[in-house]
Design a protein around this ligand. Structure first.
Ligand code: NDP
Length: 399
């Protein structure tokens, strides 16, 4: 078995799950360092994991020079980036400079435009290839497992896939009037943008939340689901050119949407800096400071998430439908790791992706999305590390 030193960057909700999970696979991850902007948060996570194997460090991941110093000191084989999407490029630069493999869970976006596009990171492909290094992009649940699910469906169940609907339901209740399940700034930027989906070779844009309908989720029932743009659509339509249509749906409760509308209407979702008492502040960043910390939601979170892919296509000249999904209970995630299910479902795939890379199963010089690798070994590991998946064949997909 290959063995590797791993460096995790980002000590938030997702970073805590990644740290717990890598510590449980000592045969692969022999040494672990957790670094973030605030070192005390890394120390708290290391203590909660209880393993003396986790070293901690302070780093400003916006600074390539600081990252390079840290990488040279730690000498990891791979960096798992679970800081924020703004740090993707600086961390990739430092990886190239020091010869270290890379993995993240969210595509780069510049601070001043909420866009969610892979083009900035795909532009690193040739450089990673030349250095013999692998970068795996978007290896959380969605993006991440959703890409693996599509690759698995294409490999085992279809000759051609034609229609894809990714369905993401959080039927959890955290008991707060309003909270986001991961970093509020990133979350609100994502859900307030215009909707967008792929149909017949082009992108079709909608008003935010314009298209919605109830969809039925396993063990949960019908939940109003809203068509939003989500970053994996961009790589999936490129990597599966037979797709005639690809869409992404997410459930939102009425209470959540009402709060969101108010937040937008009063200007608190804005990412444009304003001058306040002589200091520049970004309204959305200020809002983040007063909202509940997503990492703290776990304690009182009940209910479960259900994320999956509904696919229609052709097998042996006949039309076929297929639904593959995972359900994850907030309470179980909390009991196991002290995290809520959204952090859990993101952190587990990040650990597995890193395992795929360092054990050579997903090692290929260049920059790739998860659907470009062999899904089978990853699918096996999902079952072993807390994210079992289920398949339904020839069912009504509702979409
Ligand atoms: P949090 O805000 O809880 O954590 C982010 C962490 O990164 C914090 O500890 C923060 O430090 C640290 N950080 C931020 N900026 C810097 C910096 N410049 N240098 C060093 N550290 C920094 O976010 P989450 O854990 O909820 O999310 C982490 C990532 O996972 C995000 O990119 C998010 O988009 C992604 N995600 C992906 C999902 C998927 O399914 N693919 C789903 C959910 C999230 P500090 O504590 O000091 O602020």
């Amino acid at each position: 078995m290959d063995m590797a030193k791993v460096l995790i960057i980002g000590a938030g909700g997702v970073g805590a799950v990644v740290a717990h999970k890598v510590a449980r696979v000592p045969q692969v991850f022999t040494e672990i360092t957790l670094a973030s902007r605030t070192k005390s948060k890394c120390d708290a996570i290391a203590k909660a994991v209880g393993s003396t194997r986790i070293q901690t460090a302070q780093v400003d991941a916006d600074r390539v020079d600081q990252l390079i110093v840290l990488f040279k000191e730690v000498r990891p084989e791979i960096v798992i980036n679970v800081a924020l999407p703004y740090q993707d490029l600086t961390i990739m630069d430092a990886c190239l400079e020091t010869g270290i493999h890379y993995l993240d869970t969210a595509s780069y976006e510049p601070l001043d435009v909420a866009k969610f596009e892979y083009k900035w990171q795909w532009a690193y492909h040739d450089r990673f290839m030349r250095e013999g290094l692998t970068a795996i992009l978007g290896c959380g649940f969605d993006p991440g497992v959703t890409g693996v699910f599509v690759a698995y469906a294409a490999k085992h169940h279809f000759d051609e896939i034609h229609y894809l609907d990714i369905v993401d339901c959080n039927a959890g209740d955290h008991g707060k009037p309003f909270a986001t399940n991961f970093n509020p700034e990133i979350n609100i930027r994502e859900v307030t943008q215009r909707g967008k989906y792929w149909e017949n070779g082009q992108w079709i844009e909608t008003e935010p939340h314009e298209i919605h309908r109830p969809l039925t989720y396993p063990h949960i029932g019908p939940r109003e689901s809203y068509l939003i743009y989500h970053e994996e659509l961009e790589s999936l339509v490129k990597n599966f050119p037979t797709l005639k249509r690809a869409r992404f749906w997410m459930t939102f409760g009425q209470e959540y949407l009402t709060h969101l509308r108010v937040i937008q209407n009063i200007g608190m979702a804005s990412i444009k800096p304003i001058l306040y008492e002589g200091k520049e502040i970004v309204p959305l960043k200020f809002l983040k400071a007063v909202l509940p910390d997503p990492g703290e939601l776990g304690k009182s979170y009940s209910g479960e998430t259900s994320i999956g892919c509904r696919i229609r296509g052709i097998r042996d000249n006949k039309e076929k439908t297929y639904y593959i999904y995972n359900n994850c209970k907030h309470e179980e995630a909390y009991q196991e790791i002290g995290a809520q299910a959204v952090s859990y479902t993101t952190g587990v795939p990040a650990m597995i992706g890193a395992m795929m890379l360092v054990t050579g199963k997903w090692k290929r010089p260049g920059v790739y999305n998860t659907e470009e690798f062999d899904p089978d070994p990853f699918m096996d590991q999902l079952k072993q590390h807390g994210l079992p998946w289920h398949e339904l064949h020839d069912v009504d997909l509702e979409v």
